[in-house]
Design a protein around this ligand. Structure first.
Ligand SMILES: [Cu+2]
Length: 479
C-alpha cells in the first residue's frame, strides 16, 4: 500500500517533468524551425515619425524586411525660440519607428548623410549579437553600412547610437523604438501612438533663447535642463496633441532614450488597463505609473471612458512642469457623469513657465602651479576620462573620424595648439600626418590647470616631441 502510493507519486512527478521537458523542446524547436526555414519573400519596412506608428503586421509568416535608416545631424527647435544641434535617426527625435514580426530576417541599412560631421552607428536592443549591430554599422559621413539579424524575441526595444562618446550621441537625440510583434500579433486597438522621452543638457538654462550647445559637465552631473517627450517641449501639446474618442482603446508605445533619467510614466486621469512591463511579455493590469529606465520601454493600453485632456507626464513632476516632460491626449465625446462628474480645467495643467534654475558656477579655485611630474600624472587620468573615447587609448584615433595624437604633425611645430584645441574645440577640414579629417571636436570644459596637465601629457606621450604647457599659457589662450 505504502509502496504503491510512493510509486504513484513518483510516476506523476516523472510525468510532469516529462511534459515540462517536452514543452521546452517544442518551444525551442519552434524557434529554430521558424527562424531558419520559413522566411518567405521580402518587403521594405514602413518607418514613421513620432507620434505615428506603422500599421500592424498582418502576415502570419516571417519575411525578409529591409530597413533603411538615415542619420542626419540638424539644427531644430528644442522649444519655441530655443534651437539645438540634434543628431537624429531619420531627421527627427526620436528616430523613426520600426515595426517587424517575430522571426523576421531584418536587413538593416544605415546611411550617414554626407552633411554629417561625425561617424555614427546603431545598437538595436532587438538584436541578438555583439553590440546589437553597433560595430557592424560604424558609418562615416557619406557612407552606408549593412548587416542582417533575425528578430528572435518579441517586444518593444530601444535603438540608439553607440559611437564614442556614447553618452553624447544619445544626449543629442540618437534613439528610437523598434517593435518586434509576437507571432500571434498584438490585440487590435483603435489608436496606437509613439512616445519617447529623453533628457537634454544645454549651455543655457531651460528656456534661454537661441542656439544651445551640449554641456558635458551637466550631462556628467546628470542635471538636465530639458526632459521632454518626442524631442521637444510641446511636441505633444497645442496643435500636436494626441487624439482619441470616448469608448476607444489606445495603445502607447513608450520608450526612454535617456541618456540618464528614468521615467515615471503616468497619464493624469487614466489608469493603464494593461502594461507590457519593460516592453516584454509580462502583462500587468490596473497600473497608475510605470517605470521606464533609460534604454527601456513599456507598452501601455487603456480604454478612454470620458472626454477631456489627459496629461502625459513623467511623474517626477518638476520635469513635467519645469523641464518639458508633458503631453496631452485630447479625448472627444459624450460625458459620462457616472464615471466622472466634475469639470476639467486645462489651464491648471499648463506648464508653469521657465522657472529660474540657478546654474552651478564653479569658481576656479586658486591652485599652486603643478610640477611637470604632477601634470603628467593628472594628465594621464584626464586623458583616460576625457579624450580616450575618441582618440583611443593608444592615441591612434579612428580613421576618417578621430585624428591620431601619435606623432601628430598638427601640433609638432606649435605645442600650444594642443591646449588651444582642448580649450576652444576644433571643426572643419584639417590634415594630420597626411590624412584628411573634417569633423567636430567639442570644446572640453576643463580648468586651466587640467588643460595644462592633459596637453603636457599628450606632448610627452604617443611618440610626440615633448614640451610643457603652463597654466598661464592656457589662461592667455582663454582670452
Ligand atoms: Cu551617433
Amino acid at each position: 500500500m505504502k509502496e504503491s502510493k510512493y510509486h504513484q507519486i513518483s510516476r506523476i512527478v516523472f510525468l510532469f517533468l516529462g511534459i515540462v521537458a517536452l514543452g521546452c523542446g517544442r518551444a525551442e524547436q519552434g524557434n529554430t524551425r521558424e527562424t531558419q526555414g520559413e522566411v518567405r519573400g521580402e518587403e521594405e519596412a514602413i518607418l514613421t515619425f513620432a507620434p505615428e506608428v506603422p500599421p500592424p503586421i498582418t502576415r502570419d509568416y516571417p519575411t525578409k524586411v529591409i530597413v533603411k535608416l538615415d542619420v542626419i545631424e540638424k539644427e531644430m527647435e528644442m522649444m519655441d525660440g530655443v534651437t539645438y544641434n540634434f543628431w537624429t535617426f531619420g531627421g527627427q527625435v526620436p528616430g523613426k519607428f520600426i515595426r517587424v514580426r517575430e522571426g523576421d530576417q531584418v536587413e538593416f541599412h544605415l546611411r550617414n548623410d554626407p552633411s554629417s560631421k561625425l561617424p555614427h552607428n546603431i545598437d538595436l536592443h532587438a538584436v541578438t549579437g555583439p553590440g546589437g549591430g553597433a560595430v557592424s554599422t560604424f558609418t562615416a559621413p557619406g557612407h552606408e553600412t549593412q548587416f542582417t539579424f533575425t528578430a528572435l524575441n518579441p517586444g518593444l526595444y530601444i535603438y540608439h547610437c553607440a559611437t564614442a562618446p556614447v553618452g553624447m550621441h544619445i544626449a543629442n537625440g540618437m534613439y528610437g523604438l523598434i517593435l518586434v510583434e509576437p507571432r500571434e500579433g498584438l490585440p487590435k486597438v483603435d489608436r496606437e501612438y509613439y512616445v519617447c522621452q529623453g533628457d537634454f543638457y544645454t549651455s543655457g538654462a531651460y528656456g534661454e533663447s537661441g542656439l544651445q550647445s551640449f554641456d558635458m559637465e551637466k550631462a556628467l552631473d546628470e542635471k538636465p535642463d530639458y526632459v521632454v517627450f518626442n524631442g521637444k517641449v510641446g511636441a505633444l501639446t497645442g496643435d500636436n496633441t494626441l487624439k482619441a474618442k470616448v469608448g476607444e482603446t489606445v495603445r502607447l508605445f513608450v520608450g526612454n532614450g535617456g541618456p540618464s533619467m528614468a521615467s515615471s510614466f503616468h497619464v493624469i486621469g487614466e489608469i493603464f488597463d494593461n502594461v507590457h512591463v519593460e516592453g516584454g511579455t509580462l502583462l500587468n493590469h490596473n497600473v497608475q505609473t510605470t517605470l521606464i529606465p533609460p534604454g527601456g520601454s513599456a507598452i501601455t493600453e487603456f480604454k478612454v471612458d470620458v472626454p477631456g485632456s489627459f496629461i502625459l507626464v513623467d511623474h517626477a513632476i518638476f520635469r513635467a512642469f519645469n523641464k518639458g516632460a508633458l503631453g496631452i491626449l485630447q479625448v472627444e465625446g459624450p460625458e459620462d457623469k457616472l464615471i466622472f462628474s466634475g469639470q476639467q480645467d486645462d489651464r491648471i495643467y499648463q506648464p508653469e513657465g521657465g522657472a529660474v534654475q540657478s546654474m552651478p558656477s564653479e569658481e576656479a579655485k586658486p591652485a599652486q602651479p603643478l610640477s611637470k611630474e604632477q601634470k603628467l600624472e593628472l594628465g594621464k587620468s584626464l586623458y583616460i576620462s576625457t579624450c580616450q573615447a575618441c582618440h583611443q587609448a593608444d592615441g591612434q584615433g579612428i580613421e576618417k573620424a578621430f585624428p591620431p595624437l601619435v606623432r601628430s604633425d598638427y601640433f609638432a611645430s606649435d605645442p600650444t595648439k594642443v591646449a588651444d584645441v582642448i580649450l576652444h574645440g576644433l571643426s572643419g577640414p584639417i590634415t594630420v600626418n597626411g590624412k584628411p579629417y573634417n569633423s567636430v571636436m567639442p570644446k572640453q570644459t576643463l580648468s586651466d590647470q587640467q588643460i595644462a596637465a592633459v596637453a603636457t601629457y599628450v606632448l610627452n606621450s604617443f611618440g610626440n616631441k615633448g614640451g610643457e604647457i603652463r597654466e598661464s599659457d592656457v589662461a592667455r589662450l582663454r582670452k
